[in-house]
Design a protein around this ligand. Sequence first.
Ligand code: BG6
Length: 478
Amino acid sequence: MHYKEQPTFPKNFFWGASSAAWQVEGATNEDGRGVSLIDLNSQKKTPFADNSVAADHYHHYKEDVALMKEAGFTSYRFSIAWPRIYPDNSGVPNKKGIEFYNNLINELVNSGIEPIVTLYHYDLPLWVDEEFDGWYGRGIVEVFEQYVRTCFTEFGDRVKYWLSINEQNMQIVYGHWLGTCKYPETWFKDQWKVNHIMNLCHAKAVVACHELVAGGKIGPVPGMVPIYSNTGNPMDQIARLNAEEFTEKIWNDFYVHRKYSNFVKRYWEENDIDPGIQDGDQELFDQAKIDFIGVNCYRSNTAAEAKVDEAEQAYELNKFGIKGQLKFPVIPGQYKLVYNDYVEYTDWDWEIDPVSMRYVLRDLWNLYHLPMIITENGYGAHEDVDENGDVNDTERIDFLRNQIYQVGLAIQDGAEVIGYNPWSFTDLLSTGNGMAKRYGLVFINRTDDDLRDLSRIKKASFYWYSNLIKSNGQNWGN
Ligand code: BG6
């Protein structure tokens, strides 16, 4: 569909950016924050991704919010660190942790920036892992509910937009990378129990938000990677549907319809999987009606048929940002992912595909008819300051311009999109690549090995994005 007019964005559109506590805050041992499992995991990872300093946002939050204000932000998505609020199982919240988020939220609100808050973005408190077997034990549901109720009570007077669990689908599908999988030998079956427990936590958060936050709205944050079919071969089309079901649709259908689909129930039956559903669970799900969907989308994937006797291949990430190292998965009898000749790739072999943004928004809107906020989208790159002290990230500008234009087209197509919050505001730790893979509009002057001075340097994309958002999406620049 081509339109005669340029896209326009609604009045009061949320223009901002995104982050997550463990990737940006640092100060992991300060003011009573407890240890998180991700602190230990991230310190073990190669390449190095120690999160004890990260972007040092904990100490620079005022400066960071001032930069957001200068850029013209009307929203900022960030996450609360559960181990900062409950460092242990005493049931007593950590006052200093609450104070930090109160300060941050006040700074945002006083700057005219709407806080959009994620309750869980991978930083599981160590005590939850030790005392309840983490996401494997149903004991987590009660302590998660305690934590989210504290957040709603303490911050709900100023925070009206809440996100439950970041990329639950990715935490299940790629549990080995994201730290959800504790026992690799049994993960094939365990993942559905873990997923059910996450669904219970998500549902508890939805119900509590509606009970405790006047005018509060809450949604999930699926990691969306729209799947194309490799060819017109009907078996590739079925592979496309399989890939979509097993990586995102099972989750989205559940959030919206609040019951498991026939597709997944059939799969459990076929594979003798017991997801651990108990009496009373469905009653909870019935009450957990979401208000919107947070959409994380960076790239597309392309699927082809994988015959039953085809050799299995595990998904292998590109760890160092040297093109051509990523290995796509082959799942015999379901699907395989393949390179797509119609798109470019980043140094980490992620598809650069702006049209996928329009595709995903249109598709989700057609399926669920719920408002959407883009909660992540962005371009990861190797970067450093040049000899003049500038960061001239023209490739990121191109990426953002093309993606945002497609958001505009999706709105013209009729999708209800209420905000765009790319990843990320400042540089921060990538999940697997530390500071080597940067996403920020603002450069953080450090590398993995050298903390330098942690100063904030506005990249060229900061100025470009600022001009665009101050014109409410009219000034596209050169
Ligand atoms: C999203 C996560 O999936 O992707 C973020 O919510 C993450 O936490 C982002 O940082 C980019 O991925 P990566 O691996 O490049 O950091």
